[in-house]
Each structure stands twice: as C-alpha cells, then as structure tokens.
Design a protein around this ligand. Structure first.
Ligand code: NAG
Ligand code: NAG
Ligand code: NAG
Ligand code: NAG
Length: 371
C-alpha cells in the first residue's frame, strides 16, 4: 500500500483500502501521514510496560511488524514537537465533527496540535462516495490510483439500540455477537486492505445474543440475564469479525487491526467528574497501560493471533497496527470540556475518549507501510 502522499516510494502502485471504524473522525488522519525524524529512535522502546495491576503481559508486540523486511517500528517511542504544525484548523478543515471541534468550543491551547512529524505535500482526494450518508464515504487519490473507503459500525457485529436511555443513560444495545455487521462485511471483497478497529462502544450497556438467543449482557440490569461483562462481548465481536474475514474465499487482501485507543480520564471516571486537562504528551516512563484498557488491548491481540493462525491456512494475511502505546501517551489530545458549549447539557461532559486531532496517531504509521 502506498501512503496517500508517498515519499520516496517510487512509482505509485495501485491499491485500495477499506476502513472500518467505530467513529468517523479517525479516517481523516489517513490523509495526514507523519514522518518521524529518526525511525531508529523508535526502536529503543518496543513494548508498553505491563500494568502492575495485572499479570497479563503484552508479549507479542515486538515480533509483529507492520511491514515485512523493514526495520521500522513506529508504534513506540516518544512524540516529538513539530513547529510547522498544525496543518489545518477548524476553519480550514470542514470534516471535523462537532463534538470534536475543540477550537470552536474554546479550547485555548494549541500545543496539542504540534506533535506530528513532517508533512510532505498532501494530495487532496476526490469524494467518490456511493451514498450521501456521512457514515459511508469513499475518496479517490488519483495520483496513486488509490481509493479509500470507510464504513462506520458501532460494534463490528450486528447491533441495534434497544433502549435510547438504559442503565447509564448512554443507550442499551442488542449485540448479535455471532453475526457481522453486513453494512461493512458485505464489501470486504472489493478491497485490497481492510483496517478494523473498535473499542469504547463496548463500554455501553448491552444485551448479548448468540444463535438468536440472549446469552447474557453487560450491565443491562435485566432480571434473569447474567452479566458476562463487556469483555465477553468485545472478545466475541472480534472473533466473529475475524471468522467472517477468514471465511471469505474471494478476499485476497490484507487485514490490519488498529488496536485500542485508551481514554484518559483523571480524578474520576467519565460520569463522576473525571477530566483530561493535560496539554502535553506523556513521556513513555510516565504512564503504563492498565485496567480496562489493558484488558481490551489483550483481548484484541489474542483474537488477532488466533485469526492469524487460522487464516494462514487459507492464505489470509494479517498485520497489526499497534497504536495503543502511542495513543496512551496523548492525554492532551482529547476535547475535555471543549466538545460542546459550556451551557450544553451533554452526556459526556468532559470528553476524554474522542480526539481533537484526528486520533493523533493512526497515520504516522502509513509512512512505514510498503507493500
Ligand atoms: C488502477 O488500479 C486498477 C486496479 O486496482 C488497475 O486495474 C488499473 O490499471 C490502475 N490504473 C492505472 C492508471 O494504473
Ligand atoms: C473556529 O474556531 C474559532 C475560535 O478559535 C471560532 O471563533 C470559529 O467560529 C470556529 N469556526 C468554525 C467554522 O468552527
Ligand atoms: C523519564 O525519562 C526522562 C528522559 O528520558 C527523564 O528526564 C525523567 O526523569 C524520567 N522520569 C521518570 C519519572 O523516570
Ligand atoms: C442534564 O440532563 C440530565 C438528564 O437529561 C438531567 O437529569 C440534569 O438535571 C441536567 N443538568 C442540568 C445542569 O441541566
């Protein structure tokens, strides 16, 4: 795959990319790759430190590389200041979602936008979407003969809102854990690359269905329905997703899992006053992955490895885009209270989940992809 803006990549190759995301903003990152000044620097610190509160170890990080035959690991290291940034603001980029339009809602500092690498001449794509729905867009990069599409799905598997309110006033969902969401799954075979991600939607209360029967739930508070925890639903959703991919005879592309992006609430959880007020990235020795984030991350990795093993026999190819550690280091990247006007009564008052920047990270990575 070529980066949308290739640097020393020689002749553009043809490639298509499909993105599946649980919310949409992340996509815009893909047109803003960044280049680290010194890739070798990034090799110095390969694994996130395991949390002291868990005995599970992310052992798999080093062996999995995003590209073959290249010493380029862009998934760990430090953020470096870049004084040429930002490359766009809320007035020059139309695609910023309201709840992430931090400048508009008064975020005073701008430092958080200045930690990318060098941006080399962007090619702006042409909108070639098949529908007018914002959740299913396609863009074409003509220079590279490259089409990028994204498909929005909340839970990767088929889901529906059962109750707009629910125990935490964030909706109660029915998740059909053994059925992929066809809105994206039906299109996989059209593409050469498939990038999947999912995370925080699984925090919301949900009722789990398998084989059309209720098998349990996550914090649904319904009589006689056993609470299997959100981790159960998360694992099953990824398992079903990977099984779907492995079962597609005609899909010859590469599946890339973009790993979990932790939230950064401090001094309380999301609905108890927690907030994210830092204005600089962490150094890698200032924080460790732990708690629920570690659990989500490990589940992804475990299911990914199983899928990779099972897919290998069928010629399926997998890659890990392991951005968890890099996003863990960006507590400064979230809207906090600048995702809405101060007088607005919104559910996520301090938003430490979404990103003001399109998910700071994703596409540092692109510079490392070469197929
Ligand atoms: C663009 O890519 C398609 C397939 O992905 C290929 O058939 C076509 O020849 C390519 N066009 C150019 C101009 O390279
Ligand atoms: C952009 O942000 C500024 C504040 O920095 C605000 O005055 C303006 O209304 C915003 N514009 C848009 C289009 O969001
Ligand atoms: C973290 O590392 C930096 C530089 O590598 C060092 O200056 C700092 O003292 C370290 N902090 C801690 C808490 O170890
Ligand atoms: C915000 O909305 C919730 C639920 O709609 C309500 O219970 C609460 O009183 C409201 N808070 C304010 C400050 O209006």
């Amino acid at each position: 795959m070529e980066a949308p803006l290739g640097r020393n990549h020689g002749q553009p190759k043809s490639a298509k990319l499909i993105l599946t995301l649980f919310f949409l903003t992340v996509v815009f990152l893909t047109i803003i790759p960044l280049f680290y000044h010194d890739p070798l620097f990034l090799l110095e610190d390969l694994s996130p430190k395991p949390s002291p509160t868990t005995s599970r170890q992310p052992q798999i990080l080093s062996p999995i590389k995003i590209s073959e035959g290249e010493d380029c690991d862009i998934f760990s290291g430090e953020w470096v200041p870049n004084h040429n940034a930002p490359y766009y603001t809320n007035t020059t980029c139309w695609a910023i979602h309201e709840h992430q339009n931090c400048m508009k809602y008064g975020r005073p500092d701008t430092e958080f936008m200045k930690w990318n690498g060098n941006l080399m001449g962007v090619e702006y794509p042409i909108d070639v979407s098949h529908t007018t729905e914002e959740d299913f867009k396609r863009w074409r990069y003509t220079t590279y003969n490259f089409t990028m599409a994204y498909f929005s799905t909340t839970h990767l598997v088929k889901s529906e809102e059962r109750d707009a309110n629910g125990p935490t006033h964030t909706g109660l969902f029915n998740l059909y854990l053994d059925e992929s969401d066809e809105r994206w799954a039906a299109h996989i075979e059209e593409f050469d690359y498939l990038i999947i991600s999912d995370g925080h939607w699984f925090d919301r209360p949900s009722v789990f269905y398998e084989n059309h029967q209720i098998v349990g739930c996550h914090y649904c508070l319904i009589d006689n329905v056993v609470d299997l925890t959100k981790f159960y639903g998360y694992r099953k959703a990824f398992r079903t997703t990977f099984r779907t991919i492995n079962s597609l005879e005609n899909f010859k592309g590469v599946t890339i899992l973009r790993t979990f992006a932790p939230s950064h609430f401090e001094n309380g959880v999301w609905n108890e006053g927690g907030n994210c007020v830092r204005t600089k990235p962490f150094r890698s020795n200032q924080t460790t992955l732990g708690g629920d984030s570690m659990e989500f991350y490990m589940i992804q990795i475990e299911e990914f490895q199983t899928a990779q093993r099972e897919g290998r026999r069928k010629g399926k190819r997998y890659r890990l885009m392991d951005t968890t550690q890099a996003s863990l280091l960006r507590p400064d990247g979230h809207p906090s209270r600048y995702g809405h006007w101060p007088h607005e009564n919104v559910t996520l008052y301090n938003d430490c989940v979404h990103w003001c920047l399109p998910g700071p990270l994703i596409l540092g990575m692109i510079s490392c992809f070469k197929y």
